[in-house]
Design a protein around this ligand. Structure first.
Ligand SMILES: [Zn+2]
Length: 360
């Protein structure tokens, strides 16, 4: 009855459609509710196990794979290490083996398709990796062709911040939010602009490259060929470079250990994180002042809940965003945390299928 009202279709059509979806297991009956007319109403829900999406995420230091159901639940998850110096063929080999392993563990017929996610720049047709600052050897890989030749599954490719935005929109912090900016802070820094529920791509398909907005005019060299980009002062590699310089001779291994020190009151550690947070905050406040979104969702490896970095970014935004914009802006951490990107990969496959006319 409710569906009839929402879609404006005849009750009989809805009954026929739901019977069809029920018999093919796309939806299932979740329970019953008695209505005022005396007849009990069926409560329907999407069957999360109807089919799955396969997500593959190649980060700068790891390769992750996951099988994700229609509610964003992860049933299988694998993670292996990769290295920045690794050759192209070695990286592709690892992708091939991990994908094959996940396909073997799920039934091929249960998979909608695969979504591959990486850090870098993708050509407008989504076929080829133009460049990747975190894994330079990926340059020039015809990634869709690779997947098509290795596996007989539909393949979608996307950069990390957009995959996270999609995952948060479907399953996380951005459900029911239609105008937001997703900020990804990790090995690279990126942003995705969502307007009226749709991702904004820009004329060339590369909108949102906040990591390559300049924040220090004579700063460090960036892999993009210019100096002083946000990524050169606030990405994981930049923060760790600063950590090594500051804590010369110490045993500190990575940003997680630096966070630990900072939480325990070490001033130098706090200074490094605050400096990165201020730069991120300045760049982001410019974006917020231009776009006036309702929400800013902050995600990526550098963010765990409202941690120290998150708080510094928020404090900086309060300082530089137009006050009335700041008052109406909600700044929240992503909900899907460290698995957001690989879930985003799988969501690409699910999205593609739900946009197609035939569910089978
Ligand atoms: Zn740059």
């Amino acid at each position: 009855v409710e569906i009839t009202g929402k879609l404006g279709l005849a009750a009989k059509t809805i009954t026929n459609l739901t019977r069809e979806l029920l018999s093919s297991n796309v939806i299932r009956i979740a329970g019953y509710r008695s209505s005022s007319g005396g007849r009990r109403q069926e409560l329907l829900e999407l069957n999360p196990d109807y089919k799955y999406g396969l997500g593959i995420y190649l980060g700068g230091r790891c390769l992750e794979g996951a099988i994700v159901d229609l509610r964003g639940g992860v049933s299988i998850y694998k993670k292996i290490r990769v290295d920045i110096r690794e050759s192209q063929s070695s990286l592709l080999n690892k992708i091939k083996h991990l994908t094959r392993e996940l396909i073997t563990q799920t039934k091929m017929s249960k998979l909608f398709g695969t979504g591959f996610v990486f850090h870098g720049i993708l050509d407008t047709r989504g076929e080829m990796i133009i460049s990747s600052a975190v894994l330079p050897n990926l340059k020039g890989v015809k990634i869709k062709k690779f997947f098509r030749e290795e596996f007989s599954l539909p393949i979608e490719v996307e950069i990390s911040s957009r995959a996270i935005a999609l995952a948060e929109k479907w399953f996380g912090a951005a459900r029911n939010i239609n105008d937001f900016i997703l900020l990804e802070l990790g090995m690279g820094i990126g942003s995705t602009i969502v307007h009226k529920g749709e991702i904004f791509y820009g004329a060339g398909g590369h909108a949102g490259e906040i990591g390559h907005t300049v924040v220090e005019t004579n700063g460090r060299m960036c892999p993009c060929g210019r100096r002083g980009c946000l990524e050169t002062v606030a990405s994981i590699p930049a923060i760790e470079k600063e950590m090594v310089r500051c804590f010369k001779g110490s045993e500190l291994k990575n940003f997680k250990e630096l966070y630990h020190l900072a939480i325990n009151g070490n001033k130098s550690a706090r200074d490094i994180i605050n400096r990165a947070g201020q730069y991120i905050g300045i760049a982001t406040s410019n974006l917020v002042n231009i776009l006036n979104p309702s929400h800013l969702i902050v995600s990526g490896e550098l963010i765990q809940g409202k941690n120290l970095l998150f708080q510094t970014i928020d404090n900086t935004l309060r300082k530089y965003v137009i006050p009335s914009f700041y008052d109406s802006l909600q700044i929240i951490p992503g909900k899907l945390e460290e698995r957001a990107t690989v879930i985003g990969g799988a969501t690409l496959a699910l999205k593609r299928c739900f946009e197609a006319t035939e569910l089978n």
